[in-house]
Ligand binder design. Structure first.
Ligand SMILES: Cc1ncc(COP(=O)(O)O)c(C=O)c1O
Length: 438
């Protein structure tokens, strides 16, 4: 049996080598994505191995990944789920559990966040019938403005839920102290910041609960996938329950009676001895991951340090090539204390008489260089959020600036030196075409 598996693995490696070798880069012809999967034969071998196990649901690869991911982060617990969006939903939903007694988030409670970013950081707040309180962002790092946080607090404030924008953080020391002082939860959406450090600590290890995404453009991928991490055992138990149908039982897939009291307990209005496997303590979901996805994640995790290093290097190459245009474009800057594992390279076009964001984006795209907006821009201007219940602190002036004037380009590990050179040369050509010589 094992010999047959080894034969299959060997063939998969041969298939990878013949099908996915490095392609020649042709400037202006080859598309330069903003991000994407970077993998070798090992990811394919792992996914085939998981297929041959035919366990299908969360299994041995998921167990290994959760253990190794926790070790990477220095966090006590990690739980895999099927996306970063699900991770965010689980993080906030878990905090609504009655088990948390006075610490529980209830409908109508307020959660401080920003409108500048990805919708599924915001959605769990609304899906749990809480009220988002929107604070503006800083220009340059596009994270929440810490100096106005005090203004956002009310008697109903229960949590602060923010994403680390494009890999950069806000002042996490300040935020963590702010949440502790107020006795509110700190949820870190670290989906775009795997590997980012803040004053010697990894982003995603500072909040009470943190989330990660493994969708292909992220720092590592499983195709689809996400993780929720925490240090408090009760929070792990709650996330697990919400992830696995809301059940009270914590047996793994295919496991029975790990508590030894499967038929000897009394729950709610159920008869004594009702099977613990089918006792539901929360109104939950099924957001589990399959073992094929986790298997890919195991291979990616081995490469994570090199991915992070390459993202930083690519960022630095772009920064040194583009810094001469700082008069026209606000270039990104790491928040003091942060060492970002960049997700992308954000550029805010300053008001000028020569060009707009639309002009430069169109030019770069015509040169086959992918650009992206900062996700939803100002989410409050999106059709889905026009009539939501909310509070807004001041005017979201910078969030609107982001929506109107910002775009970003890639730094992902799949970018080669010649691609980066071509990207910088394309900026040069654009400025020359506008008769701007710097
Ligand atoms: C900050 C942030 N949070 C959450 C998500 C959602 O992750 P997923 O696509 O895995 O659902 C994304 C999307 O990529 C994101 O950028």
């Amino acid at each position: 049996m094992e010999k047959l598996r080894n034969d299959i693995r060997r063939r998969v490696r041969a298939y990878f080598n013949s099908s996915f070798g490095r392609k020649k880069f042709v400037p202006g012809k080859t598309y330069i994505p903003y991000s994407g999967r970077v993998f070798d034969a090992q990811e394919m071998v792992n996914v085939v191995d998981a297929g041959l196990d035919f366990w299908l649901t969360t299994g041995r690869f998921a167990d290994t990944f959760e253990k190794d991911f926790s070790a990477f982060l220095g966090r006590k617990y990690s739980l895999l789920c099927n996306s970063g969006s699900s991770a965010n939903l689980l993080a906030l939903s878990a905090l609504t559990s009655a088990s948390l007694k006075g610490r529980r988030i209830r409908p109508g409670d307020e959660v401080i966040t920003t409108a500048c970013g990805f919708p599924t950081t915001l959605n769990p707040i609304l899906q749990n019938n809480c009220v988002p309180v929107f604070v503006d962002v800083e220009l340059g790092n596009y994270n929440i403005r810490t100096e106005v946080l005090d203004e956002a607090v009310s008697a109903r404030t229960r949590a602060l839920f923010i994403a680390h924008t494009l890999g950069n953080t806000s002042d996490l020391e300040y935020i963590s102290a702010f949440c502790k002082k107020r006795g509110i939860w700190f949820i870190e959406d670290s989906c775009d910041a795997l590997g980012t450090m803040f004053k010697g600590r990894l982003a995603g290890t500072i909040g009470d609960i943190s989330t990660f995404s493994f969708y292909p453009p992220h720092h590592m991928t499983m195709g689809e996938g996400g993780a929720v991490t925490m240090d408090e055992p009760l929070l792990r138990k709650l996330v697990l329950s919400f992830r696995d149908w809301g059940r009270d039982c914590w047996c793994g897939s295919g496991e029975d009676n790990s508590c030894g009291r499967r038929f000897t307990q009394k729950w709610g209005g159920l008869p004594f001895g009702y099977d613990h496997k089918y006792v539901y303590s929360h109104v939950g979901y099924n957001l589990k991951i399959t073992d094929m996805q986790a298997a890919i994640g195991c291979a990616q995790l081995e490469k994570l340090q090199s991915f992070i290093k390459k993202r930083k290097e690519n960022f630095n190459v772009l920064m040194s090539g583009l810094s001469k245009y700082a008069g026209f474009m606000l270039l990104p800057s790491a928040t003091p204390g942060a060492d970002p594992s960049w997700f992308g390279f954000p550029i805010l076009v300053k008001k000028n008489k020569y060009f707009t964001r639309g002009d430069i984006v169109e030019y770069l795209e015509s040169r086959k260089i992918a650009t992206r907006m900062l996700f939803g821009g100002n989410l409050l201007r999106q059709p889905a959020y026009r009539n939501i219940r909310k509070r807004v602190i001041g005017r979201l002036v910078n969030t609107d600036r982001v929506m109107n004037d910002l775009f970003w380009i890639g730094v992902y590990p799949g970018l080669t030196a010649e691609m980066l050179e071509y990207m910088i040369a394309s900026f040069e050509d654009f400025f020359r075409s506008r008769k701007i010589y710097v």
